[in-house]
Design a protein around this ligand. Structure first.
Ligand code: FMN
Length: 171
């Protein structure tokens, strides 16, 4: 599957089959995240691969009870490390959320190419996620995603037209 196809095919998946994700497939998907660009190549992130059912249950609760998360055999928790990131992107912001988001985008597209489903989870309580995975205080939780074989096609969502999103030469 080429990258355009993966971009078009990816959907947020909120129903999963329980089937195990083979180790080599998981490794390829994680490696896609590893290869993502980061500010000054600092790579200020860590992804925790959760398969333990008890921790998955705690993550469901930490994600405001989004139960479908635990249907997948794997839940990924993506954390950023502000102290290892570029502090003043554009002169005003720490790069870690951007760095993590790019890595997760690589990962979700690779997952699509492998026939796997993902769903970016941004509705969570950081403190509860951090406690569930034993994250140290310097790690900030940016996103989670279930990872597994889809049991649905996913909702077809619309996007704005290009002319609402893109302008040329001037804003
Ligand atoms: C930052 C962010 C946070 C999101 N949080 C959630 C979430 O907590 N739960 C959920 O089911 N979907 C969540 N989504 C998925 C969006 O609802 C979804 O991407 C959007 O509706 C477009 O649908 P699509 O991903 O199928 O193209 C989130 C997406 C993003 C980018």
């Amino acid at each position: 599957m080429d990258v355009y196809e993966a971009i078009k095919m990816r959907r947020s998946i909120r129903k999963y089959r329980g089937d195990i994700v083979p180790e080599n497939v998981l490794k390829r998907v994680l490696n896609a995240a590893r290869l993502a660009p980061t500010t000054e190549n600092f790579q200020p992130w860590r992804i925790v691969v959760v398969t333990d059912e008890d921790i998955k249950r705690k993550l469901v609760s930490a994600c405001n009870n989004q139960k479908f998360i635990a249907e997948a055999p794997i839940v990924l928790v993506a954390c950023g490390l502000p102290d290892e990131a570029y502090p003043m992107l554009g002169g005003y912001m720490n790069s870690y959320p951007v760095d993590v988001a790019i890595a997760m985008t690589h990962l979700t597209l690779a997952a699509t190419a492998e026939g796997l489903g993902t769903c970016w989870i941004g509705s969570f309580k950081e403190e509860k996620v951090a406690e569930a995975i034993g994250a140290p205080p310097e790690a900030r939780v940016v996103a989670l995603t279930p990872l597994g074989y889809p049991a649905e096609e996913g909702e077809k969502t619309e996007r704005k037209n290009l002319d609402e999103l893109i302008s040329y030469d001037k804003y």
